[in-house]
Write a new protein. Structure first.
Length: 699
């Protein structure tokens, strides 16, 4: 059985808990490390059906043990169901000044201890105050949970290399996406590279053309359009390259017509089955066209293919731009496909090419019109395009081409109109980002389903006050659970002023949270159902309407908000499932770190709105998945061709941090069931042991 990295668990989030700061290769130490500083406790809630084993390594920072003074004590504790703490392991880490007498190994201490089945919390404790010149921080390395008594390669007694996570099958990208074909084209499609040119810096233009000439793949043509350049060196360079290589085709406009007109002229020159867009100051990776041609040969139905890209500054700094697979709601909010964009030439001509009225964001308008004709869209998770950021380029900053951003809402609105979608397009938090606001009929009723429990009752009155104050009046509540818990919750709703007519209940036999939630969802009879894993406060004025707007769109199964913990850190911001392991995205991060625009995900959790038709199609919730019940619903929706969307401009707040328990057995179950899958919305460049978008190999 696969081990469960501690970094995949949710830590407790409240005003008294420490945020678990995970990092890679801290102070030169390889592997996934939890940094703990000062006198502190990192706590993880647990729900165990059987004992499990915890193993790992703890050490001082290398510079600390050489240069600092003193020692620190570390301990591992569990809390049982009765609230009693039990120490499982402890040790002392000494700096070099005390190491000889302590006889400690230089790489710290390794531990292995059993967590009893009645453990409800795991705690890592560091007992040292940071003092100037004295050691006060530690690294917990490669700490993981295993089934008790597990042996063999997956969970053996042998020590593991802290850097082992940097290699191996689990870190390989998707097979075939990144490895160029070594032979000639073998019937692969001719690719026409379209490059409009208007007085770029000569050095950058030369690099652009050279990047095409140096392609591993040779069956290409470069269609250059000189759009009224006045620089004689640029004109001469274009002529020289066109004369030197018959694959380079050149035409010239005496008067500049703009980027759309020039790109259309290049499109008319093209003879390839596919066209690729290359700006006159950017470059292609040497393997770019080879990788693209191989992918198109394997999947000849693709009409649009895009890759990841790198933004390179004048100083040589590189920013990796990693992307998800095709995400329609994300594309409505942000032009994320961008470079390298490769399109079927016939389809590009059929939609009318590029439109000059959208110069500056002509590629965004173009892609939106393409996806009205096709959903055969592919993504290569490799940085095949190098976007040069300089003063005149959009990559150089928002001030370079403000007209590009100003035209984007019109392009999005036109796309929505043509597809029969009623919505308002508003500017988002940053240039190039947008909010899509869908109108919701005031008669559409939403059922809020809450699993009734003692902890729910304590938070319900405050939450219900915010439900009453939001403007969408058509809502009701279903309470599901044991009779006494339902009665307590009814009392809190009444105290908050919720009318009795809005409340119904369904009684369950057991006290299992997921079973109650599933029963409540089944009992709901309205068009939309909002399942809350705990009572939540509405922090956004019209939060219910915004969620309902997304949930009513065709093809969407689940919509969800960003959920904040009592200390305003992120409790829920979507779920990634790389290699079958459900990872909460940016759990514990500051609220400002949430994704700024709507995005498609494999699953969402915490509070999930779903339409009655989608629920019927999917067969409802499966309570046997416990705290993963909403995650599992989202995954089944994705498998059925439906979409899940996180709506980050909707914020809900938890009244209590104790609403989710980490259940290793359920995490292992999901990993067994889905271990061979790739998450289409979590780029394989990201590490798969924590959902914080950390690159596998730090820059």
């Amino acid at each position: 059985m696969t081990s469960l990295p501690l970094s995949a668990l949710r830590e407790r989030l409240d005003a008294g808990s420490l945020h678990s700061y995970w990092t890679v290769k801290e102070d030169g130490v390889p592997g996934r490390a939890l940094v703990q500083v000062g006198r502190s406790v990192v706590s993880f809630p647990l729900s165990l059906s059987a004992p499990v084993c915890l193993r790992g390594q703890v050490r001082l920072f290398p510079h600390d043990w050489r240069d600092a003074l003193g020692a620190v004590t570390v301990r591992i504790e569990v809390t049982d169901a009765g609230g009693v703490a039990h120490e499982l392991w402890g040790g002392t880490l000494s700096t070099v000044s005390r190491r000889l007498e302590a006889a400690e190994p230089a790489d710290g201490l390794r531990f292995r201890c059993a967590l009893p089945a009645d453990s409800i919390a795991l705690k890592l404790l560091l007992e040292s105050e940071p003092i100037e010149g004295h050691v006060g921080r530690v690294l917990w390395l490669d700490t993981e949970l295993l089934p008790e008594g597990a042996t063999g390669d997956a969970a053996g007694e042998q020590d593991t290399d802290p850097g082992a996570q940097e290699s191996g099958d689990r870190n390989r990208p998707r097979s075939g996406d990144l490895t160029p074909h070594s032979s000639e084209s073998d019937g692969r499609p001719l690719i026409s590279v379209l490059t409009p040119v208007h007085d770029p810096p000569l050095e950058l233009l030369e690099q652009t053309i050279e990047s095409v000439l140096r392609q591993d793949f040779t069956d290409w043509e470069l269609c250059l359009v000189d759009d009224g350049s006045g620089d004689p060196e640029v004109i001469a360079a274009l002529d020289r390259h066109a004369e030197a290589d018959p694959r380079i085709r050149l035409t010239r406009h005496e008067v500049a017509g703009g980027i759309s007109a020039a790109t259309n002229a290049a499109l008319e020159l093209a003879t390839g089955e596919y066209v690729a867009l290359l700006d006159h100051d950017d470059t292609l990776a040497p393997e770019a066209l080879e990788v693209v041609a191989d992918r198109l040969t394997r999947e000849p139905s693709l009409d649009l293919l895009y890759s990841d890209e790198a933004v390179i500054s004048d100083e040589g700094h590189t920013i990796a731009v990693t992307k998800p697979d095709f995400s329609p709601e994300h594309l409505h909010a942000l032009m994320y496909t961008c470079h390298l964009g490769v399109y079927r030439r016939r389809l590009a001509l059929d939609v009318g090419g590029f439109r000059s009225s959208f110069d500056g964001c002509q590629d965004y308008d173009f892609v939106l019109r393409l996806i009205e004709r096709t959903d055969h869209v592919g993504h290569v998770p490799a940085m095949l395009y190098h976007w040069r950021a300089h003063a005149q380029s959009t990559a150089g900053g928002d001030a370079a081409k403000p007209y590009a951003y100003a035209a984007q809402p019109s392009a999005i609105s036109g796309h929505l109109d043509r597809t029969g979608t009623r919505a308002e397009v508003a500017f988002g938090p940053h240039p190039g980002m947008h909010r899509i606001v869908y109108p919701v009929d005031e008669r559409i009723t939403v059922t809020i389903v809450v699993a009734a429990a003692d902890t729910a009752a304590a938070a319900l009155a405050a939450a219900a006050l915010t439900w009453r104050s939001q403007p969408h009046a058509a809502w009701e509540v279903v309470l599901a659970g044991l009779p006494e818990a339902i009665e307590a919750c009814r009392g809190e709703l009444a105290r908050a002023g919720v009318e009795e007519a809005r409340i119904s209940d369904v009684q369950t036999v057991g006290n299992h949270h997921a079973s109650a939630l599933a029963a409540g969802v089944t009992a709901a009879r309205t068009e939309l159902v909002l399942a809350m894993q705990a009572p939540m406060l509405g922090l956004t004025h019209d939060w219910l309407r915004r969620l309902a707007g997304y949930s009513m769109q065709p093809g969407i199964a689940c919509s969800a908000p960003v959920v904040l913990a009592p200390d305003s850190r992120i409790a829920e911001a979507g779920i990634a499932v790389p290699n079958g392991m459900p990872l909460p995205l940016i759990h514990g991060a500051d609220a400002a770190h949430a994704t700024p625009v709507a995005t498609n995900l494999s699953a969402v959790s915490g509070a999930v709105m779903v339409g009655r038709r989608a629920l019927a199609r999917l067969g409802g919730l499966r309570p046997e998945y416990g705290d993963l019940v909403l995650v599992e619903l989202g995954l089944r929706a994705r498998d059925a061709g439906l979409r899940n969307v996180l709506v980050p401009d909707v914020r809900l707040g938890l009244a209590s941090a104790d609403y989710v328990d980490n259940e290793p057995q359920l995490l292992w179950r999901m990993q067994r069931e889905r271990g061979g899958e790739v998450d289409p919305f979590y780029n394989p460049a990201f590490r798969d042991d924590r959902g914080d978008f950390t690159q596998r190999t730090p820059a």
